[in-house]
Design a binder for this molecule. Structure first.
Ligand code: SF4
Ligand code: SF4
Length: 352
């Protein structure tokens, strides 16, 4: 490692240990801060900003006002609804976090060195080796911190661990290509086939994302790496969960990626991240959107299987409601989760 590389640090949201959703086996998933997209349904809104961010948890606050007194920027105020954070004035100094007696003020994100992170993750090495698992870089978007991501991936590689990159694909081809020699498999978000709709839903057209996906398929084909690419499509009600989108993505996979894709995962929506939006003071348009039904999701999965891809690669994951459930789509998933009407799965982090 060169002197410059040794000084590299990155901003990470958290490490999720014992994950079974982010690649094969038991894994640790490192969530990066910063994402070039801003998907309207994002399940990790605290990962979008590349900076560390202070946030406030209403349920823990005892209203003492210590945070307001401690803030050197005058960025906090008490309103009827609770603490208001002026994010333009806040410089994330964390004085309010130190002053808060009840952990109601906290910070999303932390600056880390690759070696320190690698040491922490390697504590679970025995689980990775026994289960055929490893480490996944996710986010946020790992390619937004390319040198940091590369150092991390190569550190794990040197320790003989399986490495996976979970990416939205919105980066230069050179950035992606530089990470691939250190990556055993790639999980690639393919959210929406229509470029205009993609722009409306995520803030950016899918032109570069699809260009990179084709390049990735070519890269893997040339090196004889079948099954090392997984595609993930979020099934978001009234957004991406449409016949046109699923058929279109299936045709694209068949035409451009052929036998390279090992898994095409359709991940259902849930609104369990609503509290994260509240903690950031954001009014989320999807907070009352409920679960997709088994029938609707199943019918989209059948469409995917009939779109020309190898039907065996199509997988459906995430919570769904039963058709005879009394829950309507607009009531949110919590009721169904508690009355056992859904098949549960961890969906946090699936959609970057
Ligand atoms: S992080 Fe610092 S600047 Fe921001 S609200 Fe807290 S005390 Fe004020
Ligand atoms: S210091 Fe903590 S508990 Fe007190 S008002 Fe601020 S956030 Fe609430």
């Amino acid at each position: 490692m060169s002197a410059t590389e040794k000084n590299i640090s990155g901003t990470v949201l958290r490490i999720q240990r014992m994950s079974t959703e982010d690649g094969p086996g038991i894994r640790s998933t490192i969530f990066f801060k910063g994402c070039p997209l801003s998907c309207v349904w994002c399940h990790n809104p605290e990962s979008i900003s590349p900076k560390v961010q202070v946030h406030w948890e209403k349920t823990r606050c005892i209203g003492c006002g210590s945070c307001i007194e401690a803030c050197p920027k005058g960025a906090l105020a008490m309103a009827q609804s609770g603490i208001i954070i002026d994010r333009l004035s806040c410089d994330s100094c964390a004085a309010c976090v130190q002053a808060c007696p009840s952990t109601a003020m906290d910070i999303y994100g932390e600056d880390s060195k690759p070696d320190d992170l690698a040491r922490e993750v390697m504590k679970d090495e025995v689980y990775f080796r026994k289960s055929g698992g490893g480490v996944t870089l996710s986010g946020g978007e790992p390619t937004m911190q390319p040198l940091f991501a590369k150092e991390l991936l190569s550190a794990f590689q040197q320790n003989g661990l399986h490495t996976a990159l979970d990416t939205c694909g919105q980066c230069s081809w050179e950035t992606l290509e530089a990470l691939l020699p250190h990556t055993d498999m790639v999980m690639y978000d393919f959210k929406e086939i229509d470029p205009d709709k993609h722009k409306n839903l995520t803030g950016i057209s899918n032109t570069k994302i699809l260009e990179n996906l084709i390049g990735l398929g070519r890269f893997m084909k040339e090196r004889g790496l079948p099954d090392k690419l997984w595609i993930r499509t979020p099934l978001i009600p009234d957004c991406t969960a449409t016949e046109q989108n699923i058929k279109g993505i299936g045709v694209f996979i068949k035409e451009h990626l052929g036998e390279i894709v090992g898994r095409w995962e359709l991940c259902t929506f849930n609104n369990l991240c609503t509290h994260k939006y509240e903690s950031l003071g954001i009014d989320w348009a999807f907070k009352k959107t409920g679960l997709i039904s088994h029938e609707e999701a199943g019918s989209l999965a059948s469409l995917a299987q009939g779109s020309g891809v190898d039907a065996r690669i199509v997988h459906l994951s995430g919570p769904m409601r039963n058709a005879d459930s009394t829950e309507s789509r607009g009531e949110g998933p919590h009721k169904s989760v508690s009355n056992g009407d859904v098949s549960e799965c961890r969906c946090e982090g699936v959609y970057a």
